[in-house]
Ligand binder design. Sequence first.
Ligand SMILES: C[S@@+](CC[C@H](N)C(=O)[O-])C[C@H]1O[C@@H](n2cnc3c(N)ncnc32)[C@H](O)[C@@H]1O
Length: 222
Amino acid sequence: MSMLHTVDVDGLLTLMNPADDPILERMEDQANREGFPTVGHEVGAFFRLCARLMDAESVFEFGSGFGYSAYWMAPAIGPAGQIVLTEVDEDELDQARAYFEQGGYADRAVFERGDALEVIDRYDGPFDLVHLDHENERYLDGFETVREKVSQGGVIVADNVLHSGEAMSPADLRAVLDGARTPDEGSSLAGIAEYYTHVTNDPEFETSVIPVGEGIFASVRT
Ligand SMILES: C[S@@+](CC[C@H](N)C(=O)[O-])C[C@H]1O[C@@H](n2cnc3c(N)ncnc32)[C@H](O)[C@@H]1O
């Protein structure tokens, strides 16, 4: 359950999310069984909504795991669209490929094994939607490597920005941004605070905080 809203809101979000895709259910079962940190269904549904609202055709993801968040976006980009999944772990990426094949979305997906910050160099874009879900401390590097490749009106969404297990809470982040606390160098908290300060000062992007799941920053290229 998200720490960012009440039990009732959480229940309603669950009711409103499409549960009719057996592949998504299988992926959720796997995540629960293995304790794998996917974005969760409410963030997945939000990403799909973003992709539909902007008629996204091209998506790039930094850190795809076994494909859960990418799978949520896949139906929204249509058969002519392309979603690039990146993952350092070969086994995770193989599982993502298998899930996409079972769901009938493999034809619109590219599976890239390796460091997303290196993979992105091989792509020109433009990307309508970019998802940052690799190491928190490297979100800013991810943003900088991809910002010029984002289409006008395109969005970069960064996940886990308000909560990160024991490592960070919204109160921690506020304290750092208000100057009341200095985070440990190299920590998630330091990385997210640095990211937030940077993207909110980028004149080409407009950034909003979305309190779903563990929190999202959505930065639109204006
Ligand atoms: C929090 S998990 C999220 C996976 C997926 N986005 C989801 O919601 O199910 C982050 C994943 O990113 C991968 N990862 C971490 N750093 C990476 C990098 N630099 N490039 C590619 N993948 C990375 C990890 O191996 C892990 O599987």
